[in-house]
Design a protein around this ligand. Structure first.
Ligand code: SAH
Length: 283
């Protein structure tokens, strides 16, 4: 499906910039410097894109998007804009982060306006810093449009508050991409704060380990846990349990992700929202 969005690269010609660097010029002949918008696309539901994001996308020549940008969102993008997949999950089409940075710089130097569309919020586990560094070094103007991070989408679509006067004074977003024991989070500090909601990103295949570690470090084994896949999309799935049984419950459902793991007393304060009410425009 994603390959539908591939197009042949825009024809370009070589040209040296003010600093004497080799850069590329768009076939249109425009030599004005390009610019880049790093845009948060939200968790999936296309209407969660902000008005500002939508306006910036419409002004762009090229959209570079990740695999977490939903097909629903991509289908909504204006037909005249070139769309290129630069995700890192789908085998043959994947680009290294370094190559994505290069591509942003090259395309902007050719005079194009680029919407760099990322799932959720660009400031949350999205490697925006590397892209901003590359753009800054190349002297390219860029701006950031925030998006709704997956945890906020989960909260709305599942009716689970992230903070609550009675039990959660803070919320912590944690990456579960632990390459080695050294890169594991500071479990003691995660467990030490009894009034904090924990949200693990990228943790689906480490769910069991996360639960074990939290219990080993002293968290109540009956602490509620919610695992939510495909937040805000039509096939969203939520599985509830506690630290002792959530891993086996999730295994029975064979989820593929993307999914969040939310741990905290706030789950006991879940309100009965009807996300179907939000679907009326789409229907
Ligand atoms: N910038 C993104 C996070 C990117 S890290 C944001 O702000 O949301 C990728 C992880 O985000 C996934 O592994 C998953 O844990 C989470 N995620 C992103 N979209 C999601 C969705 N629709 N449903 C559940 N989890 C999601």
């Amino acid at each position: 499906m994603i390959s539908t969005f591939f197009r042949a690269a825009w024809p370009r010609s070589g040209l040296a910039d003010r600093r004497g660097h080799q850069c590329l010029q768009a076939a249109s002949g425009s030599s004005a410097p390009g610019k880049v918008y790093l845009i948060g696309a939200g968790p999936g539901d296309a209407e969660l894109l902000t008005l500002k994001a939508w306006r910036m996308i419409q002004q762009s020549d090229l959209v570079l998007f990740d695999d977490l940008v939903s097909e629903e969102m991509l289908a909504m993008l204006p037909a005249h804009i070139e769309k290129r997949y630069v995700g890192k999950r789908c085998g043959q089409h994947s680009l290294s982060q370094q190559r994505i940075c290069q591509l942003l710089v090259e395309e902007a130097q050719s005079g194009r306006t680029i919407a760099r569309l990322k799932g959720g919020d660009p400031a949350v586990f999205a490697r925006s810093a590397e892209e901003c560094d590359a753009l800054e070094q190349a002297g390219i103007d860029f701006a950031i449009v925030p998006g709704i991070t997956a945890a906020s989408g989960l909260s709305a679509w599942c009716g689970i508050p992230l903070t609550h006067r009675e039990c959660a004074q803070s919320v912590r977003f944690i990456t579960a991409r632990m390459q080695s024991a050294e890169s594991e989070p500071d479990w003691t500090s995660l467990v030490g704060n009894q009034t904090e909601t924990l949200v693990f990103y990228m943790g689906l295949n480490r769910l069991e380990l996360i639960c074990q570690r939290l219990v080993q470090h002293g968290m109540d084994p009956e602490m509620p846990v919610a695992v939510v896949e495909k937040v805000s999309l039509a096939d969203q799935q939520m599985i509830l349990g506690d630290l002792t049984d959530i891993a086996s419950r999730v295994r029975e459902q064979s989820l593929n992700g993307p999914a969040l793991i939310l741990v905290g007393e706030v789950i006991r304060h879940r309100y009965p929202v009807s996300p179907a009410l939000l679907n009326t425009i789409r229907a």
